[in-house]
Design a protein around this ligand. Structure first.
Ligand code: KG4
Ligand code: ZN
Length: 353
């Protein structure tokens, strides 16, 4: 049989996306529509997201199929994000996929959004395959994982409060830089001095031991508060405008330092110097540079292309292919879940390369 042809559908947050994937890596068609309506609110408004998905899902799916030169009846399966995410938004993509799969008589494969972020980089480079240490950093999640094989995930650490992308978004809002915050902070930081302000590196001390609870975990709320206090003082002195680039650069340096240091701890403990990044924050040039600089000469760092870093349906199709080949089929009463458990995820046990 030729390689499966899968339609991926993603609607977990504020991107409506559809992709047609042939086999593991050939993206034949891919449409990503980012909803602009949230911009004036400085963050995603769930009800607006659901309505916007509903308005465009047919056209987005048609667009991906047209670009691929493929008809619905050519598909072997449909893979859709079933969670985690905004529940109303998830329902739109999953219900659409369910109806299409039922109508076509083909399998529907439910996909966990964060597992899909893990697969995303392998669309760009086949070498981004297990075993590897993974840093998943998105707007909603931050996870450090040991991945000995696809489908086997050891959770080493996660965030105790804000996700990495959320921290970038909140600090950008404090600085009046707009949404989404990550790219805005990155742009502002290019003109600033990363050492201008000594912001804290939460949960990062040289005294921590691998057996400690917080050895791999991260926390961003203290860093965000520290930036807020500094911004309030600069505003009172009428110096904020002159110092925005320095604050952005110093915040970015602190956040990146924590993420890169925790990743390197995982590299040291597993003995595996292959690192794969996933999620929107994986687009950060500062993060990629910090990890690349810290890895040994034989180390390998794989980061997703911009298109595959932020939310997209090609990664959903790729993760769907993995589960399709393992026989996963969603029953027609499958429900979207805002807190869908990560399949194959276990809390840390023994880790080694
Ligand atoms: O994975 P993603 O598209 O959506 C979620 O699943 O949450 O990630 C979006 C996040 C946003 O918080 C955005 O600010 C962040 O990724 N982001 C960045 C950069 N580009 C996007 N954060 C830091 N630096 C960047 N260059
Ligand atoms: Zn995401």
């Amino acid at each position: 049989m030729s390689e499966p042809l899968i339609l991926g559908i993603e609607t977990s947050c504020d991107e409506t996306s559809a992709a047609v994937l042939r086999g593991e890596r050939t993206v034949l068609g891919h449409v990503i529509l980012s909803q602009d309506a949230h911009r004036v609110y400085g963050g995603v408004v769930p009800e607006i997201a659901s309505r916007a998905h509903l308005q465009v899902i047919d056209d987005v799916a048609d667009g991906a199929l047209r670009e691929a030169g493929v008809a619905l009846r050519d598909l072997d399966a449909i893979a859709a994000t079933a969670g985690p995410g905004l529940i109303g938004a998830l329902h739109v993509g999953l219900a659409w996929s369910k109806a299409a799969a039922f109508g076509l008589g083909i399998p529907l494969v439910p996909v966990h959004h964060m597992e899909a972020h893990l697969f995303a980089t392998s669309l760009d480079d086949a070498r981004a395959a297990p075993p590897f240490v993974a840093l998943l950093v998105s707007g909603g999640h931050t996870m450090l994982l040991w991945v000995p094989a696809w489908g086997e995930y050891e959770l080493l650490g996660e965030t105790r409060d804000d996700a990495a992308g959320e921290a970038f978004d909140k600090v950008a809002r404090i600085l009046g830089l707009g949404y989404p915050g990550g790219p805005a902070i990155q742009r502002a930081a290019e003109l600033g001095d990363p050492e201008a302000y000594a912001f804290p590196r939460p949960m990062l001390t040289s005294r921590q031991q691998p057996s400690d609870d917080d050895y791999y975990d991260v926390s961003f709320s203290g860093l965000k508060t520290s930036v807020l206090t500094r911004v309030q003082a600069l505003t009172a002195d009428s110096r904020l405008e002159a110092e925005t680039a320095n604050v952005a650069a110093s915040f970015q340096a602190a956040a990146v330092d924590v993420l890169a240091s925790k990743t390197m701890r995982a590299v040291a403990e597993t003995g595996c110097a292959r690192v794969v990044l996933g999620g929107g924050v994986a687009a950060s040039r500062a993060l990629k540079a910090a990890i690349a600089a810290a890895l040994p000469a034989e180390g390998e760092l794989y980061a997703p292309s911009l298109r595959h870093a932020t939310d997209n349906a090609a990664m959903i199709a790729r993760a769907g292919l993995f589960h399709l080949q393992r026989g996963v089929r969603a029953p027609l009463d499958v429900a979207a879940r805002a807190d869908l458990p990560f399949p194959g995820l276990h809390r840390r046990a023994g880790v080694s390369c």
